[in-house]
Design a protein around this ligand. Structure first.
Ligand SMILES: [Zn+2]
Ligand SMILES: [Zn+2]
Length: 216
């Protein structure tokens, strides 16, 4: 008997005839109720960063523009409380199986433009046992161009500390950088992570970069 990984309700597995026949069934890891609580970003969104319910360009993107950055970001889901709960089980409790809940959204990303995941630091990787972004990209090829150093966690810093954080990324040695890439992360909050990663990549090469995250 299968129980929902998020709420422990029992899941009834219903297979269509062809799924049964072709043995192509993908088991459900979470129940329909939990699935329905994840909300897609509506069409009314910031045209630059996908922030929901934004009429026109949002305040965050205008702040980036002042720094000379025109954000070009796509996201699919709203980072609501249910999504926060999901990520706390997935990332902080380290339940690797949960990547399957959303990895189909990463399968549809461009096959022409190389995907570059945001890395986690070696310390975090050891604690968690996996990089939550590359787990989503399990069935895709991607380029590991960046390395992340261990830094103080953002939540332990005050506002001033957060704004002055140094760039934690550096380029991996010996990697060839393509002309165009899509940078991939799990969640977009302030955009600072992408900003640092883009700065690192562009310092090496004036390449074209767009960004994608599951949530915004
Ligand atoms: Zn559930
Ligand atoms: Zn925006």
């Amino acid at each position: 008997m299968q129980t929902c990984l998020l709420c422990s309700r029992i899941i009834k597995q219903t297979l269509t005839f062809s799924e049964f026949f072709l043995l192509k069934n993908k088991r459900n890891l979470i129940c329909n109720k939990c699935q329905s609580l994840f909300k897609k970003i509506p069409n009314e969104r910031c045209p630059r960063c996908s922030k929901s319910n934004s009429k026109g360009i949002c305040a965050d993107c205008l702040r980036w523009e002042e720094k000379g950055i025109i954000v070009n970001h796509q996201a699919i889901f709203i980072y609501n409380q249910e999504m926060k709960d999901y990520f706390s089980l997935y990332k902080f409790m380290g339940d690797y199986r949960l990547h399957e809940v959303f990895d189909s959204y990463f399968k549809n990303l461009s096959k022409k433009i190389p995907l570059v995941p945001i890395p986690v630091s070696p310390k975090r990787l050891q604690e968690r046992g996996f990089n939550q972004v590359t787990a989503f990209l399990k069935d895709r090829t991607y380029l590991d161009l960046l390395e992340k150093e261990d830094t103080v966690s953002q939540s332990s810093l005050n506002r001033e500390g957060r704004l002055s954080t140094t760039n934690p990324f550096k380029l991996k040695e010996g990697e060839k950088i393509p002309k165009k890439i899509i940078l991939i992360d799990d969640i977009y909050t302030t955009g600072t992570t992408f900003y640092h990663a883009i700065k690192t990549l562009k310092k090496a090469n004036p390449i074209e970069i767009t960004t994608f995250s599951l949530c915004r």
